[in-house]
Design a protein around this ligand. Sequence first.
Ligand code: FAD
Ligand code: EPU
Length: 341
Amino acid sequence: MPVVQKNVSLASMNTLGLNAVAAEFAEIHTKKDLVSLKESGFFENSSLFILGGGSNVLFKNEISKTVLKVSLNGIDIIEAGGETVLVKIGAGEDWHQFVQWAVNNGYGGVENLALIPGTVGAAPIQNIGAYGVELKKVFEELEFFEIQTGKFKSFAADECNFGYRDSIFKRELKGKVVITNVTLRLTKKNHKINISYRSLADYLENKQIDQPDIRDVFNAVVAIRRSKLPDPESLGNAGSFFKNPVVPKSTFKKLSEQYDKIPHYPVNGENVKIPAGWLIEKAGWKGKRVGNVGTYENQALVIVNHGGATGEEIYQHAMKIQNSVKKIFGISLAPEVNVVE
Ligand code: FAD
Ligand code: EPU
């Protein structure tokens, strides 16, 4: 049975470096721990928050909730015949370390997702994505603990309702389940190299790598990310603060009459995705600092804690950016980061 501690500082457990305190805190290492906690009544507390690596959360208040930290480990190959492998990974495993393990073993499919912080268990929550690939591309199934019934259940991809930075776990099942492991299908050969993302293709071209393998893609993604994104170890942040807005083609057309170089990506026949970073930069926020909070100098979509900022300050800063983009462009930005009240 895990020890339930009181007043535990979460400062080292969130990448924004916020000084939040958990009123109650328990860490689970096995599935049995979940069952014991259920029997002890731990889950009857209505203010439960499930924490992975804390790289996509903003604790708005200093005294926060009852926190359950998920630290279930293990990487197991459960099927290896044919051209693919099925790998079952404990929810508490570090995502990037898992990607490294895959590349070192010659397994393809996750190399574009290198260097994304956080845990494997959180990856399906927002269907993590980067450099032209989303988790759903390699996803096979996951297992979760249903808090209300105390039962373990499995979901296949079609039950997870994956979308752009979205899934059923951010909606109907938010806070109701604890993901315990995730199974992914990776390629052993005939890897599907994806260099469709412009900056990735440009990087490889500059390095004169015209037939990249999975390690080349991995190395390129790591290098590009290091040049653009701040390392939370030295500058607190939670990655992109907002999602890139998806707007109707007509809205995009009007905007492009005014700004002819507006970057954009077609989503389907009717909608276009516009980089929020571009909108925020154009609105004058790039690299701007107000007190302890600012936006990153190389990437306006990343809100940074220059040290000592409170959750409320970061939240208010984000709202100012949101209002200003709405006023200038008429576009509403939606936060990607999970704001914990
Ligand atoms: P946490 O922040 O701990 O939690 C996130 C959410 O998931 C919370 O709502 C939490 O309650 C829930 N949760 C966590 N674990 C579980 C579980 N086991 N069961 C149920 N619910 C759970 N994201 C991208 O998609 N692409 C990127 O390129 C990217 N780049 C980033 C770069 C930086 C520098 C940073 C700081 C973040 C970046 N992110 C990116 C965001 C973040 O890394 C991902 O969202 C990651 O999956 C969060 O994992 P975590 O373990 O830290 O989750
Ligand atoms: N841009 C600007 N100014 C900026 C930032 C970006 O003009 O300050 C422009 C760039 O010039 C480029 C475009 O916006 O034309 C896209 O920029 P970038 O390639 O950096 O990607 P992004 O759209 O800002 C998204 C994800 C990232 C992911 C990268 C790579 C979202 C919300 N963010 O960022 O994910 O790593 O693409 O795929 O979709 C995260 O979710 O936390 C995250 C970091």
